[in-house]
Design a protein around this ligand. Structure first.
Ligand code: 4AD
Ligand code: MG
Length: 477
């Protein structure tokens, strides 16, 4: 007897042999045809039961969502869309699923409804496809870096530093909330806490990754990061996974090359390895597009869009050039930008980023050399004294997918910057040590993993590409 997954059996040529498989019923038609899925593929295997010879009570228990074990003969299928099916000889219901109560019925559910049932939505075609692609992308990330001589570095999750200096942190404390010790000024006295100082969940592993790059050469982190920003958008999560490579001796150009090559490579990888899921997701989008007005429909189907990114150079544009373009542009004939760009130095809003990528250049864009005062303290100051060697990679439909930079490697310049921003040097003594002892040019970036998964799967809302999204007022599961 051959025991296999649905994926293995569907691709097998073991016709007329006895096979065994376990999974969950997707549909049961005419008391005869079970569509069985076990998570191994988007496709179901059809199991044909001989209902006249099956006991009534078992038959009654075969319902959408039930877990079953099937033994039978693999035969060529007469039906459309499948090569093989199982002629069932033995069927056992392992776990029933009451159709009156089970929320995931074989019909199209709205994404909003499924979000409220995050523990069950993975049983739908859409979510199982998205999460298989997510898993494959995660593997492709590790594969890319391993094959290119990087070491995987595990950054701490609990940390005393605020890498981005943006202050959007979740505080970590072992205090009993009902009994928080305070000092004579009424401030929380963290010296009595487990860590003896104020700590938070990491917003980025970058600063720690820099210390490792300055010894191991090429490192990357890939872990959860946390931002307590109160953003209710389709692009922000409070808990998201970030991929952060950091490379000694790389300048900004090398950093851009790495970012572009990395993204192309992992997309290529999943296009090959998740073909069925991506085809399914493309069809899903095509259905969705039909209900939209022509003007809002995407010009390219999903697979074409992914191949376009792989096959074309990303456009590299300085911030200054971008500002000139934006000053002289309107998003369309009637409308101005909601935040018009009047002067050099303004931070770009997502409407500007999307205009550059989707309307002006019509390809992924790498913006570099941003004004120093809108970027983080650790970025390398350019000779003009007012821009830094920052780079953001902007993607169609997504906006910013990568943020990175060449780092300020000169101790005196870095110290001046830290002082000017009012950051306590003592807090960063360990970071400054990398500049004191054997400092060197180095660069890195952070890529928001969920934004990449969004791009590859075409999902419109970031909450639908992570198993249990953490957003404001959302941590039920
Ligand atoms: O641009 P960010 O804030 O850069 C950093 O944290 C650097 N320390 C990274 C580095 O150089 N090592 O974040 C990097 C990326 C963004 O481009 C975006 O893709 C993603 O992380 N990101 C988010 N994704 C989902 N939800 C959020 N709230 C995000 N904030 C940033
Ligand atoms: Mg950024």
């Amino acid at each position: 007897m051959i025991k296999g997954t649905v994926a293995e059996l569907l691709n097998s040529d073991k016709i007329l042999q006895e096979v065994h498989v376990k999974g969950w019923v997707r549909t049961f038609r005419s008391n005869r045809f079970i569509a069985l899925n076990d998570g191994s593929t988007i496709h179901n295997i059809q199991c044909v039961v001989d209902f006249e010879n099956m006991n009534e009570s078992t038959l009654k228990k075969i319902a959408t969502g039930a877990a079953i074990s099937v033994t039978g003969t693999l035969v060529e299928s007469q039906g459309k869309g499948q090569k093989v099916e199982i002629q069932v000889t033995k069927l056992e219901v392992l776990g029933e699923s009451n159709p009156e109560e089970y929320p995931i019925q074989p019909k199209r559910h709205s994404l909003e409804f499924l979000r409220e049932n995050a523990h069950l939505r993975i049983r739908t075609n859409t979510f199982s496809s998205v999460m298989r692609v997510r898993s494959a992308l995660s593997f492709a990330v590790h594969k890319y870096f391993t094959e290119n001589g990087f070491y995987n570095f595990h950054a701490p999750i609990i940390t005393g530093s605020d890498a981005e200096g943006a202050g959007e942190m979740f505080h970590v404390s072992t205090f009993d909330p009902k009994n928080v010790p305070t000092n004579e000024n009424g401030e929380v006295d963290y010296s009595k806490d487990f860590f003896g100082k104020e700590t938070n969940l990491t917003v980025s592993g970058q600063l720690e990754a820099e210390t490792y790059a300055m010894a191991l050469g090429k490192v990357y982190t890939f872990g959860p990061t946390f931002r307590a920003e109160n953003s209710n958008t389709t692009r922000h999560l409070a808990e998201f996974w970030m991929i952060e490579p950091e490379v000694a001796f790389n300048d900004l150009d090398a950093n851009m090359d790495l970012g572009e090559d990395f993204i192309k490579s992992v997309i290529k990888d999943v296009l090959t390895n998740c073909k069925d899921d991506i085809e399914f997701l493309e069809n899903r989008l095509l259905q969705e597009e039909k209900s939209k007005p022509q003007i809002e429909r995407s010009e390219m189907a999903l697979i074409e869009k992914l191949n376009f990114v792989i096959d074309n150079n990303f456009k590299r544009v300085s911030y200054t050039e971008a500002i000139d373009i934006l000053r002289n542009s309107k998003p369309n004939k009637k409308k101005k930008f909601q935040f018009p760009i009047n002067e050099w130095g303004a931070d770009l809003q997502s409407e500007h980023e999307r205009f550059l990528v989707e309307k002006h250049f019509k390809c992924p864009v790498i913006l570099f050399d941003y004004p120093a005062n809108i970027k983080a303290f650790y970025m390398r100051l350019n000779e003009d004294g007012k821009t830094v060697r920052a780079m953001d990679i902007l993607f169609p439909g997504i906006g910013e997918i990568v943020g990175g930079s060449q780092r300020e490697e000169r101790l005196d310049v870095l110290k001046d910057k830290i002082d000017a921003l009012g950051i306590d040097e003592k807090e960063l003594w360990w970071y400054l040590d990398t500049r004191k002892f054997g400092t060197a040019v180095h660069s890195g970036f952070g890529l928001g993993f969920e934004r990449l998964v969004q791009f590859v799967t075409g999902m419109g809302n970031i909450r639908d590409v992570i198993p249990y999204p953490r957003t404001p007022q959302n941590a039920e599961f």
